[in-house]
Each structure stands twice: as C-alpha cells, then as structure tokens.
Write a protein that binds this ligand. Structure first.
Ligand code: CTP
Ligand code: CA
Length: 222
C-alpha cells in the first residue's frame, strides 16, 4: 500500500527480532508448542525495514511470507532460536523479543515414537526450563536496546513492569490476551509500551499499524 510513507526513522540501524512460537520435540512425531501466529513479530520486522533498518528476523514455525528487505532465519526449538540470536547479535542496535518461546522443553526426546502401555491411564513428561533468550541478550556486553513482549491474562501492567525489571530490558510491550479478539493469532492488537520513564497506550488496531507506531516510539528512544 502506497500510503505508508517511509520516514527513515531507523536508517543505518541494525534490528534483530524474534517471532512466532517455538516447537519442543517430545518424540519424532510430537511436540509442545503454543498458538502464536508470528504476525506481530513479522509486522514489526516489516515496519522496521520500511523505516530503513537492516532487519534480521529469527522465526519459529509459522506460515507467513518474509517481509520485503528482511533477512529471515527459520528455527524450530527455543535452543535453536537462542543459537540463531547469539550468532546474529553482534553490531545490533535493537533487539525485539516478540517470539512466544516455550518456557519448558521435554527433558529428553524419545528416539522412537512413544507407545501407549496397556493398563496405564496417565503419562508424565518431564520438562526442563528453556533459556530466556531476551534476558540473555540484555545481559550481554554491549547489548542492544532490548524490547520484550508480555502477554498476560490478568494484572497486565503490573506483571509487565516486573518482567521489565527482572529481565533487565529497556521496554516491555504489554498486551492483554484474556480478550481472544486481540493478541495471539489475531490480526488485531492493543498494547501498552512501558519503559522506566514512560508508559504509552496504543489503542486497538491492526498489527501492522501497531507495529508502525511501536517502531516510531522505539526509534525515538535509540
Ligand atoms: N522470552 C524469551 N525466552 C524465553 C521466554 C520468554 O526470550 N524462554 C521473551 C519473550 O519473547 C517475550 C518476553 O520474554 O518478549 C516475555 O515472555 P513471557 O512468556 O511473557 O514471559 P516469561 O518471562 O516467560 O514469564 P511467564 O511466561 O511465566 O509469564
Ligand atoms: Ca513464558
């Protein structure tokens, strides 16, 4: 659409974005995952590229086409996403963690398809914690400006502020996913962008428009 003017707000900047879900294998045919569509992260990548940034998008499994001018690296699991982010981190000015990274993965991946056992009506899968990619990036020497997302169903702003502090990041974008028309898998979103010294509400809109506004806000902080 030609209505989107490019103001060059991120000219000369390098931006690294994670998007989509991760998939954590249980056995050769099964995995744990979530309903993230990747739409918000892809919209941010598109918006950042339109503002002149050199964008790298590390994407979990999702059915979306790569935005124009964006370098895309596809990954499956949280560990793969972490490795791809680590390999791309040098010289980045901005990191946006938009992926819905699975918090846990199966402690081991069965080599063969798991079978039901006669007489067993319960089954338990041991899980271990995945690395927190966003917190890890924020801890690196010379870390870029770090932006996270917080999908919450209650106490949205309070929980988001805690995440901002706990992860040592510069901005958190909170969204209320208790409303199923917004956030996960939806085309629309409504968010609050929280940093140490500011709080900006962005009203319900398409993810493309929210992304454009967020990129304008973030670029004013760089
Ligand atoms: N995140 C990440 N790596 C993880 C978990 C989360 O990089 N292993 C990032 C997400 O991309 C998001 C932010 O951290 O930008 C917050 O994710 P969220 O799931 O809301 O927070 P958690 O810290 O995982 O806390 P919880 O799920 O318990 O609310
Ligand atoms: Ca989580």
């Amino acid at each position: 659409q030609e209505s989107t003017e490019n103001e060059g707000l991120l000219l000369g900047k390098r931006v690294l974005i994670t998007a989509g879900p991760t998939r954590e294998a249980i056995d050769p045919v099964r995995y744990l995952s979530n309903h993230s569509s990747g739409k918000m992260g892809f919209a941010l990548a598109a918006a950042a590229a339109r503002e002149g940034a050199e964008v790298t998008l590390v994407a979990g499994p999702c059915q979306l086409s790569t935005p124009a001018g964006v370098r895309r690296i596809d990954v499956i699991s949280a560990n793969e996403m972490h490795e791809a982010v680590a390999n791309a981190l040098a010289q980045q000015d901005l990191f946006i963690g938009c992926a819905a990274v699975a918090d846990f993965r199966p402690a081991s991946i069965a080599e063969q398809k798991m079978k039901k056992q006669d007489g067993e009506n319960e089954m338990h899968i041991a899980l271990v914690k995945n690395p927190d990619i966003l917190a890890w990036v924020a801890q690196q020497e010379g870390a870029p400006y770090c932006v996270g997302f917080a999908a919450e169903t209650e106490n949205v702003e309070a929980y988001a502020r805690k995440k901002l502090e706990r992860k040592g990041i510069q901005m958190i974008i909170a969204n209320d996913v208790s409303n199923s028309d917004l956030g996960f898998n939806s085309d629309n979103n409504a968010v609050v962008a929280i940093s140490a010294d500011s709080e900006q509400h962005i009203a319900t809109n398409t993810k493309a428009e929210i992304a454009k506004q967020l990129i304008a806000l973030i670029s004013s902080k760089l």
